[in-house]
Design a protein around this ligand. Structure first.
Ligand SMILES: Cc1ncc(COP(=O)(O)O)c(C=O)c1O
Length: 437
């Protein structure tokens, strides 16, 4: 228990009694951290520095060692490696030279550059929408947009997929006065039943994602939009793990499925498939202008720096034009799955680019990830509770165009060895493997 700040016996403690007392928040921090550690949920950063010219190689910088060690990373969200494309890097440098290092203010206070306007127009065109609006991250774009929309009129009801990302939940929860109805993940019947049960005249919004990044499964966007039309609901789609990767120009799953025009608001990030940083929404001119004029998370924060915007603009243009990058990604994902299958390493088959390796125990998951790094020089992020439900812990692999056949063979051998040693490999599938140096 935290040491009480005010004692029960003293209703009004004297200033002398509380002077120099330790504030209870310090105790709260210590106790919470202790509990998180006991539950095996304490987060530590892995000291890996990306090597731009040798991606997906990273350097592990260990204290007291003069030189780092090469590590092959399998868990980047820079899915296409756009962050290390020379033209993208050069665009950032050119923008710094031309406009300086920071934006110098919010978009309203001297923070807008021609690059900001061009990038918004480019993103609107990518999704076939009238307008786009940049935010400082994908998280903020979700939080600010959903909160602002759901507080705009009385009586809003938000229908939210059970597995929506924390940033959407943050926006939905902070919208005072609105009501939230959670529907079962990707369950159209449940969504329809809940839409039907709601008052017909209440303003409704359905918030969902296209690619759910932990399980790698996808929403049926067209079917959700059909329900939205039937019950007169607005649709808000997070394409964060899909932009750049799906569709003829990388406009996401909504573009691939030919349904982008049915979605009212498409949200995305510039930090994953486009390899840079920042978030955005695209929608009709009046929705974008409304959020530009009223969303606190847009108005009251310094704009993205020109270097980031310049790099993102170059990246989006390249990704739109260069379909070979997407083809290469999916070829590599396919090859990785084939090799895992041949070696008997279990993985969850998904309709997306994400390859989860099920482990099912938090401690073991962390240990396998650690051993993979220390003993074999490969890094795959352990995904534990609360990011995924307990018992479904996993390693999450995102193979990309930059992973070679040799890297895959080495990783698959290492995984097979470790899963066998850690008792996480189905016995029947045990291949004869040699431990690699
Ligand atoms: C589904 C989803 N939406 C939004 C975000 C936030 O995007 P950003 O990293 O650009 O803040 C994430 C981040 O991982 C995400 O997974």
């Amino acid at each position: 228990m935290p040491r009480p700040f005010l004692t029960r016996s003293e209703e009004k403690p004297s200033v002398g009694a509380i002077k120099n007392a330790r504030h209870p928040f310090y105790n709260h921090c210590e106790e919470t951290l202790e509990r998180i550690k006991q539950q095996g949920r304490y987060r530590t950063f892995t000291p890996l520095a990306r090597q731009a010219e040798r991606f997906p190689l990273y350097e592990e910088y260990v204290a007291n060692l003069p030189e780092g060690r090469d590590v092959i990373v399998w868990s980047t969200n820079d899915y296409l490696g756009m962050g290390v494309v020379p033209e993208v890097q050069e665009a950032a440098i050119a923008a710094i030279r031309e406009h300086g290092a920071g934006a110098g203010g919010t978009r309203n206070i001297a923070g807008t550059s021609p690059l900001h306007n061009q990038l918004e127009a480019e993103l609107a065109a990518l999704h076939g929408k009238e307008a786009g609006l940049l935010f400082i991250s994908g998280y903020v774009s979700n939080q600010a947009s959903l909160q602002t929309i759901l507080m705009s009129m009385p009586g809003w009801i938000c229908f939210s997929d059970r597995l929506n990302h924390a940033s959407m939940i943050a926006g939905i929860k902070s919208a005072r006065g609105s009501q939230t109805v959670i529907f079962e993940h990707n369950d159209l019947q449940d969504l329809e039943a809940k839409l039907a049960a709601a008052p017909a005249d209440a303003p409704k919004l359905i918030a969902f994602e296209s690619v759910y990044s932990m399980d790698g499964d996808m929403a049926d966007i067209g079917a959700i939009c059909a329900l939205a039309r039937k019950y007169n609901a607005l649709t808000y789609l997070d394409e964060v793990h899909a932009v750049g990767l799906y569709g003829q120009e990388g406009g996401g799953v909504s573009q691939r499925d030919g349904v982008a025009d049915q979605v009212d608001i498409i949200e995305g990030t510039l930090a994953k498939g486009f390899g840079v940083h920042g978030g955005y929404i695209t929608a009709s001119a009046e929705i974008v202008d409304f959020l530009r004029s009223t969303a606190s998370g847009f108005i009251f924060t310094t704009a993205l720096p020109p270097s980031v915007v310049g790099a993102a603009l170059t990246s989006v243009r390249k990704v739109r034009a260069e379909n070979w990058r997407r083809e290469s990604l999916f070829e590599r994902v396919h090859t990785m799955r084939q090799r895992l299958r041949a070696a008997g390493v279990p993985f969850t088959m998904t309709p997306s680019h994400i390859v989860p390796i099920p482990i099912g125990d938090a401690e073991r998951c962390k240990r396998i990830s650690r051993r993979l790094l220390v003993e074999f020089g490969h890094y795959a992020t352990p995904i534990n509770y609360p990011t995924v439900p307990e018992g479904t812990e996993r390693l999450r692999l995102t193979p990309g165009p930059f992973h070679t056949d040799e890297m895959m063979d080495d990783m698959v051998r290492a995984l097979a060895t470790l899963l066998r040693e850690e008792g996480a490999m189905p016995e029947a599938a045990l291949p004869k493997v040699e431990k690699v140096a």
